[in-house]
Ligand binder design. Sequence first.
Ligand code: ADP
Ligand code: MG
Length: 562
Amino acid sequence: MLVIFAILFALMHVAALILAPVLVGSAIDYIVAYNDVNLTRVLNYCIYLLITIIIAAVTSYLSTFLSTKLAQTIAKNIRIDTLAAINCAPIYKIDSLSKGELSQRLTTDCERIAEGIASTITQIFTFIALVIGTLIFMFRLNITMALVVALLTPLSIIAAVLIAKFSHKMLVRQTANEGAAAALGEEFINLSKTVKLYNYEEAAEDRLKKHTARIKDSGQKAVFSASLTAPTSRFINGLIFACVAVVGAYLVLGDSDFSIGMLSIFLAFAMQYARPFNEITNAMSEIQGSIVSAKRVFSINSECKMHDAQLRHADQNSNLEARLKGDIEFKNIDFGYDDNALVIKNFCLSIKAGQSVAIVGKTGSGKTTLINLLLKFYSANNGEILIDGTNIDSIDKQLLRQNIGLILQDSWVFKGSIFDNIAFSKHGTVTLEEVITAAKKAHLHDFISSLKHGYDTIIDTNTLSKGQMQLLSLARIFLTTPPIIILDEATSSLDARTDYLVQDALKNITKGHTSIIVAHRLSTIKGADLIVVLENGSLIEQGTHDELIAKQGSYCTLIKHS
Ligand SMILES: Nc1ncnc2c1ncn2[C@@H]1O[C@H](COP(=O)(O)OP(=O)(O)O)[C@@H](O)[C@H]1O
Ligand SMILES: [Mg+2]
């Protein structure tokens, strides 16, 4: 609807633009010579002219207003779509992009697409209508003159296209450089403590300077080449204007019925006819910018849709209960993040529902990778993972993740009340009692009660200590008690007392739940029903703590160093 009105007003604007010079020309023809002026006619034409000019102004305003509104609506929708796409994009895609890059795609790129659309709608329509309308009028008035105008003007387009090609290249470079600098800036901001700690400020500044210098360079070139178009086409238009004046003067002086009024119409048309060409060249650079941005944005969207389609296909044949039992079986799993290096090699492991399994191994041995596979963040090259006897490929990813409670080394909170931060894990309504029970089990209730606002205290990442955030993650899990619980180095960075609290809370939570625990501390590993030793992606030992100690193998070596 908006589009139709925007176009309609643009067309009215064009009609008014074409009519104005015709009115002026007609008025001139009533001014034949000194003392031979038909004043009433001339005045009439002046009034028509005034009305036409007002219509031109109002319709121009309206069409611009509507198309801007339309563009902003579209930008909003693209942004929502892209955010949704990022949310369901495969993890490997997200891993391959930096956060700064992603947020640039959400902000600057979406903005550029909107600008491009706004330019396209008004300018292209005005352009086409104005060119066609002016052509028709000119040919009806005088064919010779019409040919002069129509044949010469495209010269400015050719120049514009050549310049636009160059500036497109520069724009691609500029946008890429901007993304890279945003990513770097974001990295430094996130790591600000580390940067200061290692006295890395100067080096960081240098790197940023290099990036910004590159932006400046490519930006300068892009803007300069884009700004060449206007003066170039204006110069060519000046030449055309002169040609029209000369040919027109000959015609007026000759014996044909070409009047001075008509010459004035043609001179106005020559200007007017050229104007859309100028505008379109300006619009072209904006549109090009938006095409570059659109490609960047839609590459995420399309990849996500593919991924989603694959998953949906897989999800159709799952007929599992909403709550899984928790039997897990890895069968001959091979996996590599890229094709040439396997990170997991022929890994087999069978975990019964309710069992607790500890995975130990050196850094980089593939522990986190196994968990990534189990959560369907990545899929294995060979072999299969079964949960309750069903291949996870055919388990709905939402169902799967609802049934798994995951605690990582770095826990997170969002800005909001403590209540909301805990209740977050459970869908539907959650009562305060439930949250308090969960917090008690996680040994967090006393701390929360000591706060002035209790469960309504607003927290963010910087307000809680690491240990408190980790306990809060535990509380989340106590609230939903999923059948499968995974801890990936969850306690590695905690102090002894918090570690003790977490261990104690864990004892409760792992009872009756399948649990997979990746840890270095002996105290965490010792009690597990099964301990698995991983080396370079292969399982090299498994058994209980006592069995493995008796074996005097890799496990003992690992333990000695922990
Ligand atoms: N997103 C990733 N892309 C490419 N390689 C990765 C990625 N994540 C981990 N790796 C590589 O996979 C190997 C195993 O990593 P990981 O499973 O995280 O080890 P662990 O958790 O045992 O310390 C390492 O060599 C690591 O460099
Ligand atoms: Mg790890």
